[in-house]
Design a protein around this ligand. Structure first.
Ligand code: ISL
Ligand code: CA
Length: 555
């Protein structure tokens, strides 16, 4: 058996994007009381931990990732009493809550920034990154992720401030110690209320490059690797661990946008006392490194999985996820969301996600196989990133509108932000009002109510996978080995712990296949098979795998 392991290695985490989860008061916007009203759904699923995307007071320039008051609940989501009631309901179900720490930047309406921009000698001036312009333009050539320069000119003090994201999201200056003290204090505020820890928004970005030199050469195509490569990020994270994470024994998941697989242990090796785990992006972005969709192969996918597992070694740890609020729907991006294959491919992908040597994250709606939305027109989108792309690419005639729309139809963040489809009723049972973002018309076929009653549904497949993971430590802690890394469509791997060896057999494509089991592999028992367990072909040592097959076997 594995020695004492922290609870979060055995956890299964469900990400809630509160704006789109459940609306309890009919204003068309999800809220905290709506979450409380839907906790039974998560309990049946077998979830034990929730990651809640930002619930703090915000003007919503970036749907809550621009925080105006770190100790106040966003008015649209409810009150601090609603938060306390939700946390109590989560806790009494034996679940834990992780909240979103967005401290690389704040909202431009935060009091700190209002003070900071008011004058050059204001005590809060150095809470943010201010620089003189160069030749009448920005201090360097950094691009912002939501279009344009990462610098905004502020006439009041004749200087420019840095914002890696929207101009409404000025970057905080972590070189300035009072900023770090403020962050540790606000973390303690929420930990004292009983949250279990934090998901940390673009946390590697907090250390800026000394002197802020221009990007050069290939850096210009991958600015996030420069932004994440500052010299003090590990010093700051170790200080955060010493000041808060350690004393509270708080879990931490760093969003490591711009960090290579090889760098993961520098954030998560327990001896370094920094973070518990990170989200690394190579897998989730395999099919769309940015807004453009691109094809990928399963051997490429399998290579990344093996590399991540190898780099974690026997002491490190990973997260597994194929979707979140910044990426398209899992079944649309990695599976086949046509009516014929949507359910089967969603189950196959869930089988991968819930059998990794990592903490699995399930994004709201993926447990019922929700799909991308049929966007056709720029007016249908809400996302600040999409609007930035339209301004920066279409309005400047760099990219034709039709080309951008064609790619966004696969890759936009808004696909995963349409309201959760609870039932076949109007607006998917999400709201009694008009939803802030349109509900997918396929909610009549794809919804939680129908799947709760269908034992063969994507929902119950997730439930069985989570139960299996809980019952078999090999599926959590077992060594990972890919048995057939070069096969174009079969994903066959083992998880081995002590004398238990489990085979996971996936066929990630829409055709059937007669597959020769790797030498020495005989299947003792089938624990979890799709409708079609692999049909042994007599005498051939082969099995027939149906399209989008998924099964788990004891060897
Ligand atoms: O690639 C991206 C930017 O072009 C997005 O996936 C995303 O901005 C990036 O992964 C960082 O995401 C986090 O920070 C952003 C916020 O918009 C995202 O929702 C958040 O997850 C700024 O806070
Ligand atoms: Ca509401």
């Amino acid at each position: 058996m594995v020695g004492h392991t922290p609870w979060w290695k055995d956890a299964v985490v469900y990400q809630i994007y509160p704006r789109s989860f459940m609306d309890s008061n009919g204003d068309g916007i999800g809220d905290l009381n709506g979450i409380t009203s839907r906790l039974d759904h998560l309990q049946v699923l077998g979830i034990d931990t929730i990651w809640l995307s930002p619930h703090f007071d915000s003007p919503n320039a970036d749907n809550g990732y621009d925080i105006r008051d770190y100790r106040k609940v966003m008015a649209e989501f409810g009150t601090m009493d609603d938060f306390d009631r939700m946390l109590a309901a989560i806790t009494e179900r034996g679940m834990r809550l992780i909240i979103d720490l967005v401290v690389n930047h704040s909202s431009d309406q935060h009091e700190w920034f209002v003070q900071s921009r008011s004058s050059r000698d204001n005590p809060y001036r150095d809470y943010y990154v201010w620089r003189d312009g160069v030749d009448g333009g920005p201090p360097n050539n950094y691009p912002a992720f939501f279009g344009g320069s990462a610098w905004e000119y502020d006439a009041a003090t004749d200087q420019w401030y840095l914002h890696y994201f929207a101009p409404q999201q000025p970057d905080l200056n972590w070189e300035h110690e009072p900023v770090r003290r403020e962050v540790y204090d606000l973390m303690r505020f929420w930990l004292d209320k009983g949250v279990a820890g934090f998901r940390m928004d673009v946390i590697p970005f907090i250390s800026k490059q000394p002197g802020l030199p221009n990007l050069e050469g290939e850096q210009r195509a991958r600015p996030h690797y420069v932004y994440a490569g500052g010299p003090r990020v590990h010093e700051f994270l170790h200080e955060m661990h010493t000041e808060v994470l350690g004393p509270y024994d708080a879990v931490s998941v760093g969003e490591a946008f711009g960090v290579e697989v090889s760098e993961i242990p520098k954030f998560t090796d327990t001896a370094r006392e920094e973070l518990s785990m990170i989200f690394q992006f190579d897998l989730v972005r395999l099919g769309h490194p940015h807004w453009r969709q691109r094809s990928f192969t399963w051997p490429q996918f399998k290579r990344i999985v093996a590399d991540m597992d190898e780099v974690a070694g026997t002491t490190g740890w990973n997260t597994s996820f194929l979707a979140n609020h910044d990426n398209p729907r899992m079944v649309s991006q990695f599976g086949d969301d046509s009516p014929a294959w949507r359910e089967r491919s969603a189950k196959a992908l869930a089988t991968w996600n819930l059998t990794q040597r990592a903490t699995p994250f399930v994004y709201q709606g993926d447990e019922i196989g929700m799909t991308n939305y049929p966007f056709t027109d720029i007016e249908q989108y809400d996302d600040v990133e999409v609007k930035g792309l339209w301004r920066g690419l279409v309005e400047t005639d760099k990219v034709p509108a039709a080309e951008l729309l064609e790619h966004l139809a696969h890759t936009s963040r808004d696909h995963s932000r349409t309201p959760v489809q609870w039932s076949a009723e109007a607006e998917g049972g999400f709201t009694a009002g008009t939803p802030w973002l349109a509900v997918n018309p396929n909610h009549t076929e794809v919804n939680a109510a129908a799947q709760m009653m269908d034992d063969g549904s994507v929902f119950h497949h997730h439930r069985r996978l989570i139960a299996l993971r809980r019952a078999h430590p090999a599926l959590v802690h077992g060594a990972y080995r890919d048995l057939d890394p070069e096969h174009p469509t079969v994903f066959a791997y083992t998880r081995t712990l002590d004398d238990v060896s489990v085979l996971v057999l996936l066929h990630l494509c829409g055709d059937a296949l007669d597959y020769s089991l790797p030498a020495g592999v005989t299947i003792a028992d089938t624990w979890l098979a799709e409708a079609h367990a692999p049909e042994p072909i007599p005498g051939a040592g082969s099995v027939r795998l149906a399209a989008w097959h998924a099964s788990i076997h004891l060897l």
